[in-house]
Design a protein around this ligand. Structure first.
Ligand code: CA
Length: 313
């Protein structure tokens, strides 16, 4: 499936085919795990998908919202949350967990130091002949820092990023993960690496009714489910109808072949005011257009039940 495009090993078209195939993929997860209550499901989903994904490690991402007092605090809370989910999911507890950067980028030319960026560089270099997918579910700071420090890793890195929005939503594609670190987004869009973008207007379809989610979490005996249930109830309250589990679009794209329909388009630049800027380029990206949310939830719940059987043996 490898097609050489300049120094880059893969084309948008070859990646589109790879994502639709059942080939087991090398995956790094990069997550602002504690920023709300949805990254947790994507983490558990990838931990319980060893048949589809060779998960190489999980990196914590800085975030700043009402669940942190600074970017550094968000990163620490995300790291702790990842460690907690690993122990409660009872799968692959030896998996590397890496600290991300304590700050967002100061500009688009200067990397922020982090254990995560250095580890991403070493890890991607171990597999020079195949794509290493980074499923990025928060601000794209760690990935941008890795690209700035070691531009050669762009050649075999594919970034699946939950961020930004569809081009037709208008001039301003503002969205939380992009807004937090626009400079990092600019590094990504200028990198030449194949980007698989999961825009907000489409990932908003990954919705589940409160009763369905709570029923599943209460029924399952996987230890992580009691924790997820507790967090769900604390965050949602009794009156809520349901919730979008945005980040499951990222784990779904990597672990559920064929659940996404992508359009291939020339990779635009990102302007300073969060807008796409069209340009002449040979680089192409994948833009998510449709997602089969019921299939992703059913895949997640099925895999969690299989994990219960492995754990109870
Ligand atoms: Ca997230």
């Amino acid at each position: 499936m490898i097609l050489k495009r300049g120094v880059f090993l893969f084309t948008a078209d070859s990646i589109k085919k790879d994502l639709a195939s059942s080939r087991r993929k090398k995956v790094i997860l990069d997550s602002d795990a504690f920023n709300e209550i949805d990254d947790q499901y994507a983490i558990v989903h990838l931990l319980t998908s060893p048949g589809q994904c060779d998960l190489l490690g999980i990196c914590a991402t800085p975030y700043l919202n009402d669940r942190s007092v600074s970017a550094a605090d968000g990163e620490r809370k995300s790291y702790d949350e990842i460690v907690k989910l690993l122990s409660l999911t009872c799968e692959n507890t030896e998996l590397p967990v890496l600290h991300g950067s304590a700050n967002f980028l100061s500009d688009r030319y200067t990397p922020e130091p982090s254990e995560a960026a250095d580890w991403m560089i070493q890890t991607v270099k171990k597999y020079p002949e195949e794509p290493v997918y980074i499923v990025a579910l928060g601000a794209i700071t760690n990935v941008a820092s890795a690209f700035l420090k070691a531009p050669e890793i762009r050649e075999n890195t594919v970034v699946i990023w939950l961020g930004a929005n569809l081009p037709e939503v208008g001039k301003n594609i503002d969205e939380f993960n992009l807004r937090e670190d626009i400079s990092a987004g600019q590094v990504l869009f200028d990198s030449g690496a194949v980007i698989v973008l999961l825009p907000m207007a489409v990932t908003a379809n990954v919705y589940i009714a409160q009763t369905e989610m709570k029923d599943f979490l209460q029924r399952s005996s996987l230890p992580v489910c009691s924790y997820l249930h507790e967090e769900w109830c604390g965050y949602m309250g009794e009156e809520a109808h349901g919730k979008v589990i945005w980040d499951l679009a990222g784990s779904g794209a990597a672990a559920v072949p064929g659940c996404c329909r992508f359009e291939i388009l020339p990779t635009p630049a990102l302007g300073d005011d969060s807008e796409y800027v069209r340009r002449e380029t040979e680089n192409q990206m994948l833009m998510l257009r449709e997602i089969d949310a019921p299939r992703i939830f059913s895949d997640l719940f099925g895999k969690m039940e299989q994990a219960v059987r492995r754990y109870s043996k």
